[in-house]
Write a protein that binds this ligand. Structure first.
Ligand SMILES: Cc1ncc(COP(=O)(O)O)c(C=O)c1O
Length: 389
């Protein structure tokens, strides 16, 4: 039996409210592409480079369950966020086929990976983009986005991620001429994961079942929660109703954290809003979740370095956080079970050296190799409210 770590509460002082978020049966990503031959040719080309990512086997503890990762870093722009970026623009084109692309001015907000993907999609159709972000952007990301034509408005990172959302919502209210892409609330950002990521996984996991695995659990991080909830809904509605779905968020600011927002560095693309606010895609679907893991930024860095040692691949900190949680679950499960985790992106080059330092510091603290030291994740770095799988 599992216990949830929170009591769902209504959102009150919240400009984003997700109470009526049922899936949109009319938004079928592939069908939109197929049925709109007039879609911008460059967008069609880009669409072919998004989705259809493989699952790959990841390192796991001897004797425990196997772990498979959905390699979302293979999407165009190297990120899972290519899917919602593409879907949001595609949906705008679907709603209004008349306005020439070069007259479309978009407004959005988010973290670096979403910005880069969205800028790529917007550029492909020759439209313009204003982005709200925070001072956590590196100067390199800043330069890259500006060199591609993005107009950037930066909020102080110490105000937390929710302040970016508020700033963008306020700007959208003042500028109705801009097309606001509201990634925490616009349905295509969720439905794209149901229709594509979740659908792909449904097929891939059925193949695993055919090979004799019992697909037991899924782990994904919460940014908007689109990836986690879109996939979870699709899988639970199909052949995997009893799949146990787990979320990861940073220990520095977990999902639904009652504490005020903070500017601490967190694992990539994830985090609670603070003041008990909840991401709408998640708050309306909390019943799908078996539990939450929290992972600190240093632990996610160390896990990323350890993963690179074991495989040669430098996964990003959110992928590393998901892998840590998956490892913890896999330890509790028998060898025929499979745990699936999402690998949203690879590490930035600048992160690899910091990650290696963090790993060696963690090893000297625990006086053993992280892989062989079971307590490393369970005692200090990952906490879960799960009593039993
Ligand atoms: C690196 C990374 N991982 C994970 C996520 C989570 O994605 P979602 O918004 O679907 O929850 C994000 C979101 O920006 C991200 O940038």
């Amino acid at each position: 039996m599992t216990e949830l770590s929170w009591t769902p509460r209504p959102i009150i002082d919240h400009p984003i409210c997700g109470e009526n978020l049922a899936l949109d049966p009319n938004f079928v990503f592939a069908a939109v592409l197929r049925d709109n031959p007039a879609l911008h040719p460059r967008l069609r080309k880009l669409g072919a480079a998004i989705g259809g990512t493989p699952i790959i086997q990841l390192p796991h503890e001897p004797g425990g369950a196997s772990i498979f990762g959905k390699a979302e870093f293979l999407n165009a722009f190297g990120t899972v966020k290519a899917r919602p970026a593409f879907a949001l623009v595609l949906d705008d084109l679907r709603r209004d086929a008349e306005t020439p692309c070069c007259h479309r001015q978009y407004l959005s907000y988010g973290g670096a990976t979403f910005h880069i993907a969205l800028m790529g999609v917007v550029r492909a159709i020759g439209a313009s983009l204003t982005l709200y972000s925070a001072t956590f952007l590196t100067s390199e990301q800043h330069r890259l986005l500006e060199s591609q034509g993005a107009k950037l408005a930066l909020v102080d990172k110490n105000l937390g991620f929710y302040a970016i959302v508020e700033a963008a919502v306020a700007a959208a209210a003042k500028r109705p001429d801009l097309r606001f892409l509201y990634q925490h609330l616009d349905r295509p950002a969720l439905d794209i994961h149901y229709d594509t990521t979740g659908n792909e996984l449904a097929h891939q996991l059925s193949e695993l079942v055919g090979q004799g695995y019992r697909v037991a659990a899924l782990v994904a991080s919460i940014g908007t929660g689109g990836t986690l909830i879109g996939i979870a809904r699709r899988l639970k509605e199909s052949a995997f109703p009893s799949l146990q779905v787990f979320a990861t968020t940073p220990s520095e600011q977990p999902y639904a954290d009652p504490a005020p927002p903070n500017g601490a560095t967190k694992f990539a693309g994830s985090g609670g809003f603070g003041f008990s606010r909840r991401q709408p895609f998640v708050s309306v679907s909390e019943d799908l979740l078996a539990g939450h893991f929290t992972v600190s930024y240093p632990a996610s860095l160390a896990a990323s370095a350890e993963f690179a040692e074991l495989t040669g691949l430098h996964i990003g900190t959110s992928a590393a956080a998901n892998w840590m949680a998956a490892r913890q679950l896999a330890r509790l499960l028998p060898p025929e079970a499979a745990v699936i985790c999402v690998l949203p992106s690879l590490a930035a080059e600048t992160e690899a050296a910091t990650a290696r330092e963090e790993l060696s510091a963690a090893r000297s603290r625990t006086k053993c190799s992280v892989t062989s030291c079971g307590e490393f994740t369970s005692r200090d770095q990952v906490t879960t409210q799960e009593k039993q799988l």
